[in-house]
Design a protein around this ligand. Structure first.
Ligand code: NAD
Length: 282
């Protein structure tokens, strides 16, 4: 990939001129922030999601900054949809350099002896099967080496701190995100001979609709069992469980995505980048 620019001791600034990035789950949250971050660093970005209207708005906002961005409706659990996204990228932009497997859903939130098999399978499908499909089809596109310039790339899989440590009532999500962690390492080994780097990111709690909705659901469930306080109290409690004292914001994760995508991370593959305000340092 193109060499990053060193800006006077303040770190490498990624530059993605002519590079093409695919970001899944880009209508909201971490995916939207990652798409904006990659576009700001010069990439042409294909945003994908099942939320068509919100995805179109995100792509439109990026285009207003002068960057190139398109939105494609895409269910990450559907293999033919992956083939269509990669075909569009290759036909319209001629290459695929960066794939961010970000789309995901929250845990069902039930104890494992109450979790139905179809609930388990839904979360595993969206949070793990999708990353397998994303790596598989990214590999096929990135292995196309018509010129020395077009082969290789960087795949970034969004796991979670819940891919590193367990959480009560999170069996489906923990299993999926732990699976993403090791799938990333296998992909890194298989991708290395082709110049394809594959890394995972493990965010702590970041203030997005995924977290807010999960909190609302658990508060609601707590109410019926006489448990948890208000959503604000849960946010406060969650903030304090991060030694840094607050939740993350989507741009905190987008910075890590931009770094891993760029040449500043050229010696990183198979690694797990933890971005969690110290949550797992305890
Ligand atoms: P979010 O709900 O704000 O955004 C997730 C996006 O994924 C949504 O736009 C949604 O429509 C999309 N999506 C869901 N199912 C899809 C499908 N089948 N096909 C295509 N798109 C689909 O959530 P977020 O917090 O931005 O989470 C993004 C990723 O980061 C997820 O993988 C999540 O597990 C992970 N993560 C989030 C946090 C956090 O605290 N927010 C922490 C660790 C990991």
């Amino acid at each position: 990939m193109k060499t990053g620019r060193y800006n006077g001791g303040r770190g490498l600034v990624a530059e993605f001129n002519n590079k093409v990035a695919v970001v899944t789950g880009a209508a909201r949250g971490l995916g939207a922030a990652s798409a904006r971050g990659l576009a700001a660093a010069g990439a042409q970005v294909i945003l994908t999601d099942v939320l068509v209207d919100e995805g179109e708005v995100q792509a439109g906002q990026i285009r207003k900054t002068g960057a190139e961005a398109v939105f494609v409706a895409h269910d990450v659990t559907h293999e033919p949809a992956w083939e269509a996204v990669m075909s569009l990228a290759l036909e319209q932009f001629g290459r695929v350099d960066i794939v961010v497997n970000n789309a995901g859903v929250a845990p069902t939130g039930k104890p494992l002896d109450e979790l139905a098999l179809d609930e388990w399978q839904r979360v595993i499908g969206i949070d793990l099967d999708s990353v397998f499909l994303g790596c598989k089809h990214a590999f096929r596109a990135m292995k196309i080496r018509e010129t020395k310039e077009t082969g290789g790339g960087s795949i970034i899989n969004i796991s979670s701190i819940m891919g590193l440590i367990g959480m009560g009532n999170g069996a489906d999500y923990n299993a999926a995100k732990g699976g993403v962690r090791l799938l990333t390492k296998v992909a890194a080994l298989e991708g290395a001979p082709f110049g394809i780097r594959v890394n995972s990111i493990h965010p702590g709690f970041v203030d997005t609709s995924l977290v807010r909705d999960a909190i609302d659901r658990s508060v609601e469930a707590g109410r019926t069992q006489g448990g948890l306080g208000s959503a604000n109290e849960v946010i406060e409690m969650l903030s304090l469980s991060h030694p840094i004292g607050h939740l993350g914001v989507p741009d905190d994760i987008a910075s890590a995505v931009v770094f891993l995508a760029g040449d500043g991370a050229r010696f990183m593959t198979g690694s797990e980048m933890v971005v969690d305000g110290g949550y797992t340092a305890q």
